[in-house]
Ligand binder design. Sequence first.
Ligand SMILES: N[C@@H](CCC(=O)N[C@@H](CS)C(=O)NCC(=O)O)C(=O)O
Length: 208
Amino acid sequence: MILIGQYDSSFTRRIAIALSLYGMPFEHRPWSVFSDAEKLRAINPLVRVPTLILDDGEVLIDSHAILDYLDRRAPEGRALFPAVEPDRHRALKVASLATGVADKAVALFYEIHMHEEPSTSLMARLSSQIHSALAALETSRSDAPGKFWFGDTIGHADIAVACAFRHLTEALPDVVGDEQYPAIRAHCARLEAMPVFADHSQEFIPPR
Ligand SMILES: N[C@@H](CCC(=O)N[C@@H](CS)C(=O)NCC(=O)O)C(=O)O
């Protein structure tokens, strides 16, 4: 498999971390959605990352669809979404809140840096969506104070939150105060210290 996208994309990074945890080998093409746009368009007409090329040449797009495919093919006992309810839908919800934060962070970054006159009302709306989602995640993590969100083993909910929070705080350093969301911060610090996170990371590079 070939994973396209840079690891400063939280969406791409969570795929790389998952592939490693599944023990699935992959090649990495750290293409930029801006400077490599035409190369990427030939593979993914949405010109977005992550893009995953399977061994048979089929192309998967969108992180949730990619992980749905991969999780079903994970070796026995290594799927990263819980198999059993109610943890399964709870983990899906945590991951969705996290990827929602990431979506809003990308939109806010583009609004601030790529519009000649950013809309103050849109910026305020995006920022409030980020904060209300983070507040919900903070409550959820505080209510589940174990090593990982859903027990003793890492899962997609854990990974999605750590990847989204790192991207948010690097790309938009003024949005979240140092004292805010202590449970999320502790969670992210624990995960970022894991070799699989360090091995699949990149400092945020602003688009040119
Ligand atoms: N819903 C998508 C979002 C992916 C996304 O927003 N990717 C960004 C990079 S972090 C991108 O490719 N942006 C370029 C663009 O959409 O123009 C997913 O989960 O994969």
